[in-house]
Design a protein around this ligand. Structure first.
Ligand SMILES: [Zn+2]
Length: 250
């Protein structure tokens, strides 16, 4: 069997046998894969750092029917600060969870992987004014990339583009003040600043959004909205987001 070499981000890990791990890796070339990493829970393992959650490494592995077997792993970026700040860790874990839930095994998405690495880089390095703006941007860009771009230009009921005051999860987009009462399902109220940011999540690059200022409570509402929307679109919800929320209100 030929060895495969590819870069990837570890998005999930679970202990296996006495000293091994099963890793879920989102790789550049092979998409989402699962590999067994032998002996990496020993403190003396040379692969300890490169096979931890959040690690972005270059992997060499033997492909298998269900699991690959890691042969080599060279750490490229550990995103170390994510491990020492609980809030950042909770947010970053949520992003990994989204990535895990959004893709099937062997499904590839190098563009979204690249986006995620940029977001983790900024969050880990403390380079964003508000980490939640980057989380919101990732949520929006991911769900749009998956084919569920919400309609943010006009009312989903009457098609007018004025007085757009609510987001309807069920109707995949905005509804206006006059139509909100006849809209089924859950509605999120948006003020003009929130609506503008929601649109900018789609249009603006992460590099620009990292400097964006917003009321933290409004940023959180947008993340709530997008997490709810994503759960409905992909049919899976994230426990990591629920964990992040309980951390905010213990
Ligand atoms: Zn309307």
């Amino acid at each position: 069997m030929a060895l495969i070499k590819t870069k990837g981000l570890i998005i999930r890990e679970q202990p296996y046998k006495e000293q091994d791990k099963i890793l879920t890796i989102f790789t550049e070339d092979e998409g989402k894969i699962q590999c067994i990493a032998r002996g990496v829970r020993r403190q003396k393992s040379g692969l300890l750092a490169s096979t931890q959650i959040f690690a972005y490494s270059e992997f060499v592995y033997y492909p298998g029917k269900n699991f690959g077997i890691i042969n080599q792993a060279n750490l490229i970026e550990a995103f170390y600060p994510l491990r020492t700040d609980l809030t950042k860790m909770a947010l970053a874990s949520y992003l990994l969870d989204l990535m895990y839930n959004a893709y099937e095994f062997y499904q590839k998405s190098p563009e979204i992987l690249k986006l995620l690495l940029h977001v983790l880089f900024y969050i880990s390095g403390g380079k964003a004014r508000n980490d939640l703006v980057l989380v919101g941007a990732f949520q929006m860009k991911l769900v749009s990339y998956l084919g569920y771009r919400p309609v943010l230009e006009r009312c989903m009921v009457c098609q007018h583009d004025q007085d757009l005051t609510h987001f309807s999860i069920e109707q995949n987009g905005l509804v206006c003040r006059d139509c909100r009462e006849q809209s089924p399902g859950y509605l999120y109220k948006l003020n003009p600043a929130m609506l503008e940011l929601l649109r900018d999540f789609l249009k603006q690059p992460i590099k620009q959004l990292k400097d964006r200022e917003i009321d933290p409570a409004e940023a959180l509402k947008l993340s709530d909205l997008l997490d709810h929307y994503i759960s409905c679109c992909i049919g899976k919800s994230s426990k990591a987001y629920a964990f992040y929320k309980t951390m905010l209100n213990p």
